[in-house]
Design a protein around this ligand. Structure first.
Ligand SMILES: Nc1nc2c(ncn2[C@@H]2O[C@H](COP(=O)(O)OP(=O)(O)OP(=O)(O)O)[C@@H](O)[C@H]2O)c(=O)[nH]1
Length: 525
């Protein structure tokens, strides 16, 4: 594992960073696979609905044309005209101003019952001239395609009374046809009256105004062009929606093309982006806050504990800081447990130190501690030119005591003697130690020969005063001790070994002299 990954801080950073990236990828996927297609679908639906509106407007126009057509077709005058009984009908009714200008018509055609043209009247789209003929020939030749379309429609669907359709060639028109009946609607039909209205610029302006949609209507050839795409998004601002309407003659169509704004799409996209960016910002913020809280609540205390663990080795009274132990959470419990562990370790260390430096029977210092203190005392005495005194003490005829009273009684005796000697020490700085089986030593720093002898006598007397019965002792009937005294007073202080040897020699002298006494050794060199 790379070194920096060993830190929890970086591992959390990496994990949260990865989570963040995954969230980003998920959002991008959601945007690409769900949101954007839904928005585009909505836009397609909107375009289709707008084209529907244009188509409905055209249907309305056809309806109006059909009503006008019916008014003229179901009329006694028209009926009489087709029956040949009203020769003045064209001059009275099919004049330019009355029908073609006011009703915005291009062509009016009467067909007889065999669908043959009876009268053709209209405005030539090329010249703008009004023409009226008995057939679409000569001056009315321009009307031939429309007349043929009218003939075909009426002949094919004569069962119907109303006919409306769109015509695409050579110019765009909407066409209506009705059977010519008497004003009361009775028949039989005298023929057919068909009317065509040009889908010209004027018509387009009117329809644009009524729909509010900017569009064009152009002739198209079904055979030549493949079906155009419904929607072409030309820019972020607008799109081109296209639809073809069936028209006559066969193979022709009218192509509607509406230029539509993309406001709704852009607004929805903007809203989505806004939500997306805010979501991202929030996710980043949450990650940063989590990292910050992690650092403050978990990682920093953990580092504090780690530093504390390092210090424990060098500073004895190290404790976990109170703010950590006061916490009620897991870190607080860890800090409290850490403090308990420290206290437990200290107790154990203390008891181990005690065990290693004290005698388990009497509780006095043992030889190890005594030797260390003696060396230190002599060291200090050497620097400060002060005296150091030492007593070496041995219980008299203790083997005989053991043999007579038994070993357990010997132990009790040892303890009582130790307590008595301890109680008799004059200064708190004096150290009494059990340095052998029934051998004791006293270290008396800063103590001269006189005070040392006085203290030795006090110790001896204290043991004798205990009055522990010792029936087999040659020197009396109670337990006594012999004391060897050595004092260092010279500037060249002796070594611990030399002082100890002097005290030992003095003890030997005391034993030799009859026991239960004190002997002072020569001042060691
Ligand atoms: N009960 C008991 N006896 C011990 C202990 N340690 C040493 N002793 C005994 O102390 C006795 C010491 O005897 P010795 O060294 O022969 O000397 P002594 O009999 O005291 O005679 P002097 O020293 O010459 O007066 C031995 O019998 C040891 O067994 C102990 O911890 N408990």
């Amino acid at each position: 594992m790379p070194r920096f990954l060993a830190s929890l801080r970086y591992r959390f950073f990496l994990a949260l960073g990865t989570t963040l990236l995954m969230a980003l990828a998920a959002l991008a996927l959601i945007a690409k696979l769900l949101v954007l297609p839904a928005l585009l679908k909505d836009e397609r639906l909107y375009a289709s609905q707008e084209l529907d509106r244009i188509q409905r407007a055209i249907d309305n126009e056809l309806g109006h044309l059909s009503l006008l057509n019916k008014d003229w077709a179901v009329w006694d005058d028209s009926y009489a005209f087709l029956r040949g009984r009203y020769p003045d009908y064209p001059s009275s009714n099919l004049t330019n101003g009355q029908l073609f200008d006011d009703a915005n018509l291009r062509l009016v055609v009467f067909l007889d019952t065999a669908y043959r043209p009876y009268r053709v009247a209209g405005i030539d789209p090329d010249t703008g001239d009004y023409t009226i003929c008995t057939a679409p020939t000569g001056a009315c030749r321009w009307a031939a395609p429309l007349v043929a379309s009218m003939q075909r429609h009426v002949a094919r669907e004569r069962a119907h009374t109303r006919h409306t359709w769109l015509h695409a060639w050579p110019t765009l028109s909407m066409v209506s046809a009705w059977p010519v009946l008497k004003s009361d609607g009775s028949g039989p039909p005298a023929g057919w009256l068909a009317m065509a209205r040009g889908m010209n610029a004027t018509w387009l302006v009117r329809l644009k105004a009524s729909t509010g949609i900017a569009f064009t209507a152009t002739p198209a050839s079904d055979a030549a062009d493949a079906d155009p795409p419904l929607l072409v998004r030309r820019s972020d601002d607008d799109m081109l929606a296209t639809r073809r309407l069936a028209a006559s003659p066969a193979g022709h169509a009218i192509q509607l093309q509406a230029t539509l704004p993309r406001d709704a799409f852009q607004t929805s996209l903007g809203t989505f982006r806004f939500a997306l960016y805010w979501t991202l910002a929030l996710v980043v913020l949450v990650v940063l806050v989590v990292l910050l809280l992690l650092e403050m609540i978990v990682l920093r205390p953990l580092r504090q504990l780690a530093r504390l663990t390092d210090r424990v080795r060098f500073e004895e009274d190290t404790r976990v800081p109170a703010p950590l132990t006061r916490r009620q959470d897991e870190i607080g419990r860890l800090a409290q447990a850490f403090n308990h562990l420290l206290a437990f370790q200290r107790r154990r260390t203390h008891s181990l130190v005690q065990l290693s430096q004290h005698d388990p029977l009497t509780g006095l210092a043992n030889r190890r501690l005594f030797d260390r203190r003696l060396a230190r005392a002599l060291d200090e005495a050497r620097h400060e030119a002060r005296p150091v005194a030492m007593l070496m003490i041995d219980i008299d005829h203790f083997k005989a005591y053991n043999d007579h009273y038994g070993h357990p009684a010997g132990d009790v005796c040892l303890k009582r003697v130790a307590q008595a000697m301890q109680a008799s020490l004059a200064a708190p700085g004096y150290l009494l130690a059990r340095t052998g089986g029934e051998e004791f030593s006293v270290l008396m720093p800063d103590t001269g020969p006189a005070a040392a002898r006085e203290q030795a006598e006090t110790v001896r007397a204290a043991v004798e005063a205990l009055g522990i019965e010792h029936g087999t002792a040659p020197q009396g009937d109670v337990v006594t001790i012999s004391v060897g005294l050595a004092v260092s007073t010279r500037l060249d202080t002796p070594t611990p070994g030399a002082l100890g040897a002097a005290a030992d020699a003095a003890l030997y002298t005391a034993k030799k002299a009859g026991r239960n006494r004190i002997a002072a050794g020569p001042v060691p060199a």
